[in-house]
Design a protein around this ligand. Sequence first.
Ligand code: PEP
Length: 253
Amino acid sequence: MSRLLFAANWKMHHGPAAARQVVHEVLARHRPVAGREQIFFPPSVSLAAVLEEIKGRRDVAAGVQNVYWEAKGAFTGEISAPIAAEAGATWALVGHSERRHKFGETDAETGRKVRAVLAAGLKAMLCVGELIEERRAGRTEEVVLRQLDAGLAGLDAATTAQVVIAYEPVWAIGTGTHATPHDAAAVHRTIRQWLTARAPAGARHTIVYGGSVTPDNAAALLAEEELDGVLVGGASLDAESWIRILSTPQPNR
Ligand code: PEP
């Protein structure tokens, strides 16, 4: 049975009370399923509430949506990977398209962040993806591989294999337009080939898809063998819709 990862990126939604309530309802109604893991990425101020709710559930983890690469210092408004780890996070998202395109995060900065996350003992989920104009210009592969190259710079082969990659075409995020399963799988294959050339023989890379995943399209996307899971924004905010995504029938691969 293949392992499937279900990651919920709550962006700037759900303070501690709402976060607690949603996670409580999800876990009460969705019992652990073999081979499936979920990760909540709440706003940092809601992390403690989520951690309290997931206690005792080994199939569920929580992380932060962003970190700064320095460990500590005069960086008002930022949080570091060691501070996130001390607060109980076990994962960190790096290079989400909103960080890249709304906050001007560069490829090189994502690399510094991935290294900081791993040095702090957290697991990293590195997001990559092309803009619509880049796709139309036939530059998807070039853009995604450039982001991977910078995001994973300086890592040895074994460490590279540990980083989870989220392929999130920017034009699909929050738009209601998802990549077709076929197109998503094609980019995943490109990413996998690139990773396989740099990782120890036999390493199995985890690559998830994100971009307007909903309860209605999750099954078709996850039917693609290339997809090891999903990273979901809008449709993960509501317990009912998230539970439906978590309950996607085991793909027949
Ligand atoms: C995301 O925020 O990573 C995301 C994929 O958002 P949405 O599911 O809303 O498109």
